[in-house]
Design a protein around this ligand. Structure first.
Ligand code: AHM
Ligand code: MG
Length: 329
């Protein structure tokens, strides 16, 4: 069988900058290593929590920290980066003085879906790549660029298969990690999201905290074909954004982690730089849409590295409807 792997695919893109190509292969290599650790689970002693908390006050799992370290190790010496930033680190990680620096910034959520690690449910790694503005040494403000500035974004999902889904701003492609050869083989050359859907994903236990437009939309979905949406909806909630977004990229749907009325929910739960921006770029590149309720997520101007934002993304017509409900509120 003639197989196209990630390396060949990137080599075939004539316009792709060589440094970016090296960086993407290096990130993919990190994901291969994380996938191996995830697959060993209890056998590798990687399950369970540590005593530490991250900058957002969340208890860190062993695999959060291990994945973070693997990403740093695999990428600090590739000569592609000015700095890295991670959901699991307080501030940016500058490239050490004895390593060659490069023109890009790498941001990541090393292990998304942490609550699913110990229960053997799909988890993932999300990443985003920006151009470094050139200040030496890199500063936190260098990272504060709108999502429209991303040069690449993607994720690896560690599920029944390990897959890497990637965009360079010209569509979305997917690779499956061959467990025998450890190669990322292209299996999904043109990923697109259908404009319509009858499937939504939201943590329903937060319903009492939601803002009115989100409540109205979900109530309409639950009413089914006798209500204003005129069809019956199905619900899925994996509680790993990577896995929920992957499903939407495979068959459509709507994913929401909206702002809500709790003190901790006022700005949303998900992080703009490590989760919302890369996933929004992928979803838009696949023909879907991504908003915070009112504005396009990719146009949100970040003012801090660990900023949070409400997220509503997926099938375009459904996102448009939720946006309209926000405008009518
Ligand atoms: P994490 O990065 O610490 O894993 O948190 C983000 C995750 C998302 O993957 C997921 O959509 C959400 O948190 C689940 O939240 P909840 O536990 O409220 O359902
Ligand atoms: Mg996450």
């Amino acid at each position: 069988m003639n197989r196209l792997n990630l390396e060949n695919h990137l080599a075939s893109l004539a316009d792709l900058d060589g440094t970016l190509r090296t960086l993407l292969l290096s990130v993919a290599q990190s994901c291969t290593r994380i996938s191996a650790a995830v697959a060993r689970g209890a056998l590798g002693g990687v399950l369970g929590s540590l005593e530490s908390e991250n900058v957002q006050g969340e208890v860190q799992k062993k695999l959060d920290v291990l994945s973070n370290n693997l990403l740093i190790e695999s990428n600090e010496r590739n000569g592609c980066l000015a700095a890295m930033a991670s959901e699991e680190m307080d501030t940016l990680y500058p490239i050490p003085d004895d390593c060659e620096r490069g023109p890009y910034l790498l941001l990541f959520d090393p292990l998304d879906g942490s609550s699913n690690i110990d229960v053997n449910v799909s988890i993932g790694t999300i990443f985003s790549i920006l151009r470094a503005p050139g200040s030496q040494p890199a500063q936190e403000s260098d990272f504060l660029q709108a999502g429209t500035q991303q040069v690449a974004a993607g994720y690896a999902v560690y599920g029944p298969q390990t897959m890497l889904v990637l965009t360079l701003g010209q569509g979305v492609v997917g690779f499956t990690l061959d467990p025998d050869s450890q190669e990322w083989v292209m299996t999904h050359p043109h990923i697109t999201i259908p404009a319509d859907t009858a499937e939504f994903a939201i943590n329903m236990s937060n319903m009492r905290h939601w803002e009115a437009p989100v409540r109205r939309y979900i109530e309409d979905c639950l009413t089914g074909d006798t209500g204003p949406l005129g069809k019956n909806y199905n619900m899925r909630w994996i509680a790993s954004m990577v896995a929920d977004v992957h499903r939407i990229l495979m068959r459509g749907g709507l994913f929401m982690y909206p702002r809500d009325a709790r003190a901790s929910g006022k700005k949303g739960k998900l992080r703009l730089m490590y989760e919302a921006n890369p996933m929004s770029m992928l979803v838009e590149q696949a023909g879907g849409a991504a908003i915070d309720g009112h504005i396009r997520i990719l146009e949100a101007q970040p003012d801090e590295l660990h900023q949070r934002i409400g997220v509503i993304l997926g099938s375009r017509n459904e996102v448009e409807r939720v946006k309209r409900y926000h405008q009518e509120d």
